[in-house]
Design a protein around this ligand. Structure first.
Ligand code: NAD
Length: 265
């Protein structure tokens, strides 16, 4: 079967999502906020799911979208949001996440449980609700914001690395099940992105390694990337938007690095 969207001379990403609905978790900040802006610019009506009421409403207001305030550790609250009329997304961006840094023998089990809830169980519950709508339209896009830590490990990040590896598995199964229904699913795997989450990590790592915050970026965060800079959220969002085009309909089940050649080693 040929891809009918190719060869028309129209831009691939601009307004590719006119008439589509997108759901972005953690859309109030950082990468999620950039995705909200970019997908709205591509024509989508965007639902912003976040636990931060003011920032979620501001992100939605700025792009004519809809805010839903929910803590993704609370599965009953999430299910209530997903039952809302009109929340039938064609595009799901599972982005919400957070980091806790500690050696395994000192890692708080409650932090481990919360990370798995937000970064694995919530994406599963969102997909479980969203896929029937996508299947009915024979079109859907799932983009999971994983991390280089979805395919590599680092010390002191047991819950985060475990959760991102699990998200990679969920994404691959979604790709296999969605393929007959026009649904693609991929993971985008960035190295360090310039966001509030990263700023918190700099402080945590500085304390853990006993070095100055300014040295953390150069000596810890950029140690393994060949390209010695942080990624901007807008660069990740641009890639996410591309994965939501018809031109990207054969890219599925992939773990797509945006890691400045970290994993090339
Ligand atoms: P961020 O802290 O800037 O934004 C995360 C958003 O998720 C916030 O708006 C926050 O309110 C929301 N959120 C967190 N926990 C939530 C919960 N329990 N319920 C609802 N909302 C919740 O972070 P970011 O850097 O933009 O990270 C976004 C995603 O990108 C995460 O999954 C992260 O693991 C991934 N990532 C980030 C980097 C990086 O360097 N910043 C690198 C690779 C992957």
């Amino acid at each position: 079967m040929s891809n009918p969207s190719l060869g028309t001379g129209t831009p691939l990403v601009a307004l590719a999502l006119s008439g589509r609905t997108a759901l972005v978790t953690g859309g109030a900040s950082g990468i999620g906020r950039a995705c909200v802006t970019r997908l709205a610019a591509a024509g989508a009506h965007v639902h912003v799911l976040d636990r931060d009421p003011a920032a979620a409403q501001e992100a939605a207001r700025a792009c004519g979208g809809t805010a839903h305030v929910v803590d993704l550790t609370d599965m009953d609250a999430l299910e209530r949001v997903l039952e809302r009329r009109g929340l039938a997304p064609d595009v799901v961006v599972n982005n919400a996440g957070f980091q806790v840094v500690a050696p395994i023998h000192e890692f708080d089990p409650e932090d481990f449980r919360r990370i798995m809830a937000v970064m694995v169980e919530a994406p599963f519950r969102i997909l479980r609700r969203a896929l029937p709508h996508m299947y009915a339209n024979n079109w859907g896009r799932v983009v999971n914001i994983s991390s280089v830590h979805g395919v590599r490990a680092s010390p002191f990040k047991s819950a985060y690395v475990a959760a991102k590896h699990a998200l990679e598995g969920l994404s691959k199964v979604t790709a296999l099940e969605g393929a007959p229904h026009g649904v693609t699913s991929n993971c985008v795997d960035p190295a360090y992105v310039r966001t509030p989450l990263m700023e918190h990590q700099i402080a945590d790592q500085a304390a853990l390694h006993g070095i100055a915050p300014d040295d953390v970026v150069r000596d810890v965060m950029l140690e393994r990337t060949a390209i010695k800079r942080l990624i901007e959220p807008a660069e990740v969002a641009e890639f996410v938007a591309y994965l939501c085009t018809d031109a990207a309909s054969f890219i599925s089940g992939a773990s797509l690095p945006m890691d400045g050649a970290w994993t090339a080693r």
